[in-house]
Write a protein that binds this ligand. Sequence first.
Ligand code: NAD
Ligand code: DAU
Length: 344
Amino acid sequence: MEYKNIIVTGGAGFIGSNFVHYVAKNHPEVNIMVLDKLTYAGNKENLAGLNPEKVKLVVGDICDAELVDELVSKTDAVIHYAAESHNDNSLKDPSPFIETNIIGTYTLLEACRKHNVRFHHVSTDEVYGDLPLREDLPGHGEGEGEKFTPESRYNPSSPYSSSKASSDLLVKAWVRSFNVQATISNCSNNYGPYQYIEKFIPRQITNVLCGIKPKLYGTGQNVRDWIHTEDHSSAVWTILTKGKIGETYLIGADGEQNNKDVLEMILEAMGQPKDAYDVVKDRPGHDLRYAIDSTKLREELGWKPQFTNFKEGLEDTINWYRDNRSWWEKDKEAVENNYAKNGQ
Ligand code: NAD
Ligand code: DAU
């Protein structure tokens, strides 16, 4: 089913704004209302250049029930990206994570229930906790325990991931008890343009661009399953328009890499020696490995990732940060000071 009027919560953040650009480009007939509080991670500039007749920004909080009710009453679908999204921040102060990720999702679900509006909930693979490293699995990672599947047990590690797990459970309950027309997707680590510079890849790229040494947590053996944000957008659009109500779809592009290897790729692409980084304090409770089995999404809905050349995607991302210095430079000092206070 196609939707003419959609609300994208968190549409001024990293993945949300990439989704807005994706829809504006590939489905220009759709009217998009972005609902975003513009926290430190939200930025109006992420929506620059889009047709103002088709893309409108409402600056507001998803926890504001009155505002949410009014906006939802006039739409056909809500695609819910808004969240506090950074694990390290959640370890310092969990409260905004509980507020936005749980109460915010509840507020949206209640409005969608009242107005019978389609809801897609954007979530994370971190709700499943972590996996052992492949070398520690029997048969070196072939078989059970290799990847997350939609049947994996919820086992979140951090305040961030447990708040996202809570929000997933609210969506499941609202589908079952109130027949809310909702789907859920759990995606792996995204990279690409417009990612706030607190996150691993843009932090290291902008460190090199500022002459600061990149920072690796612990041994760097932790594995993340990288997907280009453009592939995340096409997957969410596919689920929104073709997904079965009540179902969960896992989104991933077979992009497992350990952090040390990713950092070395960044250094090499930026003309630096491979060992030009500092090892810093590890993250408490640091998840070891994520890996997604996206068979259900591929086989049932026919989705396929397009941007699977990680080296090329990384080089494009480096170029984006190089070409858009004014987008990130004003925040760099504060972000690094914050990390430094924590020994990171
Ligand atoms: P982000 O931090 O870059 O952006 C979050 C956006 O939400 C910002 O624009 C912010 O202003 C807005 N926001 C925060 N609180 C709000 C509130 N109370 N009301 C309205 N708007 C609010 O996050 P991101 O990395 O783009 O992640 C977007 C979504 O995707 C999140 O739900 C996250 O859990 C999920 N996700 C992220 C990744 C990843 O790799 N970054 C992977 C899988 C899933
Ligand atoms: O898996 C999906 C999740 O991916 C999303 O739900 C989160 O919103 C998103 O932030 C991301 O979580 P991570 O914690 O994996 O991402 P982050 O960029 O913070 O860190 C990636 C890895 O890099 C992680 O193992 C920690 C490590 N790291 C991070 C930073 C910021 C470093 O080694 N050095 C750093 O400076």
